[in-house]
Ligand binder design. Structure first.
Ligand SMILES: [Zn+2]
Length: 296
């Protein structure tokens, strides 16, 4: 397994992500009194590997906060052996998920009926192999909007920000280090076909995120850590496109043209793809198609 421990700042260590089985970044924020983990990983093996590395550094976690309820961020919860903190919706979705079964048959059935996506189903099979006794405890502490945690000379703000990827998305800001963990909050909704962003949810999200003076930004499935400039660039891109797509008569090509004018250069592939994701969201909303209740 090609996952390695990295030190991000004087208080933060993290384990790099692993695309093959959709393992997100796991982080540990350490103060003089206690350590907070960001996310519980996609299996017992995943979180245990991280904890083993932390033990070598003489760090023992006391809390874990879940950035959202998706399987790859919560399946290691029980093995973490810490107090579990989650947003109201996250806890609600975990309670719902406690009733599900995870054998091939159940997964295939949920994919067939559209409550699960193939991408997650195959990653779950790969990560968990044949022994899938998944224990999902109910989080110990549930908060609605915001929670502040004093780890001892290190202060964390945990806040619900929502967004298209998952409406329970929560970020963790480490004040002393100006590090922001955004989880999957900046990613599009991948549980509808085609994948999409919506203008309203994105503008709200960008507004929430702008409150934080972030110099270092961690996206759960990005191996590269963003600096403040790269992060601002992303927020600006999302905001610009969201505003343009709100004009119902502005077609994809026209939006691309206006954005290119705004930047004073040609758009790259990533920017073009982002426009397409917003067009998908607008199209679905115009056709009044509901978002399919997706399992994961
Ligand atoms: Zn996710």
């Amino acid at each position: 397994m090609m996952q390695i421990m990295q030190q991000l700042s004087s208080h933060i260590h993290y384990l790099t992500p692993y695309q093959e089985t959709d393992r997100p970044i796991l982080a540990a924020i350490t103060g003089t009194r206690s350590t907070l983990l960001v996310d519980a990983g996609n299996s017992s093996a995943h979180i245990q590997f991280f904890i083993d590395q932390l033990v070598k550094l003489d760090i023992s976690p006391r809390w874990v906060v879940l950035t959202h309820w998706h399987w790859d961020h919560v399946f290691g919860m029980n093995q973490a052996n810490t107090t579990i903190i989650a947003q109201t919706l996250t806890t609600e979705y975990i309670r719902r998920m406690q009733k599900w079964t995870w054998n091939d048959e159940s997964l295939d059935q949920r994919v067939a009926e559209g409550t699960e996506i193939e991408f997650c189903s195959s990653a779950i099979k790969k990560e968990l192999g044949d022994e899938r006794d998944i224990i999902l405890p109910t989080p110990d502490i549930t908060f609605e909007r915001k929670l502040e945690l004093d780890l001892g000379r290190v202060h964390c703000v945990i806040e619900h920000v929502g967004g298209d990827h998952s409406d329970d998305s929560t970020v963790v800001y480490v004040e002393e280090d100006k590090v922001l963990f955004v989880g999957d909050a900046l990613y599009p909704n991948i549980h509808v076909e085609p994948h999409e962003y919506t203008a309203e949810a994105t503008l709200q999200l960008v507004d929430m995120l702008r409150q934080y003076d972030a110099e270092t930004v961690v996206l759960s499935h990005h191996a590269d850590i963003w600096d403040g400039a790269r992060y601002q660039q992303e927020l600006n891109l999302l905001e610009q496109i969201a505003r343009l797509v709100q004009e119902p008569d502005l077609e994809e090509q026209a939006i691309a043209k206006q954005l290119a004018q705004h930047y004073g250069r040609e758009l790259d592939d990533y920017e073009r793809e982002t426009i397409t994701l917003f067009i998908n969201g607008r199209r679905r909303q115009q056709n009044r198609e509901p978002v399919t209740e997706s399992g994961i």
